[in-house]
Ligand binder design. Structure first.
Ligand code: SF4
Length: 171
């Protein structure tokens, strides 16, 4: 025990260094997205995240938008707990048979105008889960999809770029 404590005094940190972030680029993307949402909707964008069967890798990147590192709420963009308050549904994973009805009901509960963003390669075509007995299929097989953001998983910056492109394209 004493040896362990002694070693820990001189050992460097075991955690990985945090990824490089272009603060100015992220801030500009988030501001542009907020401006575009206000032009389109007259207010900030509200996002409801739906995990339809992912491995949670995509969720980690989506949640990162809310952490102290990216801190998306400082630009007015927010995640909401109910689809009834959402403008955008961000759906991850292939749609499992267990989640199909939940996704359909979430889509039905989201007021118009609404957008569906399929996040990650699994949402696009099933990814590594394609063909599984537990999977219904990709997100667009269950609800209409307005945008796919590719990646396994896509980075928070890619998520912001995708949302901005979506809102600007539907202006
Ligand atoms: S795209 Fe990759 S990170 Fe996202 S749910 Fe599929 S396997 Fe996981």
């Amino acid at each position: 025990m004493r040896k362990l404590l002694f070693e820990s005094l001189f050992q460097s940190a075991l955690t990985e260094p945090r990824p490089a972030r272009d603060e100015a680029a992220v801030a500009e993307l988030a501001r542009s997205l907020d401006r575009a949402a206000r032009r389109r909707l007259g207010r900030s964008l509200s996002i409801r995240e739906v995990d339809a069967g992912s491995c949670n890798g995509c969720e980690l990147e989506i949640h990162a938008l809310n952490n102290a590192f990216y801190d998306l709420e400082r630009f007015g963009l927010k995640f909401v707990a109910s689809p009834r308050h959402a403008d955008v549904l961000m759906v991850t994973g292939p749609v499992t048979k267990n989640m199909r009805e939940a996704l359909e009901r979430t889509y039905a509960a989201t007021p118009d105008p609404k957008w569906v963003v399929a996040v990650g390669d699994c949402a696009l075509d099933g990814g590594i889960f394609a063909g599984s007995y537990a999977v219904t299929g990709c997100v667009s097989a269950v609800v209409p999809v307005d945008l796919h953001i590719r990646g396994c998983p896509p980075s928070p910056t890619a998520l912001l770029q995708g949302l901005l492109a979506l809102v600007e394209a539907t202006r």
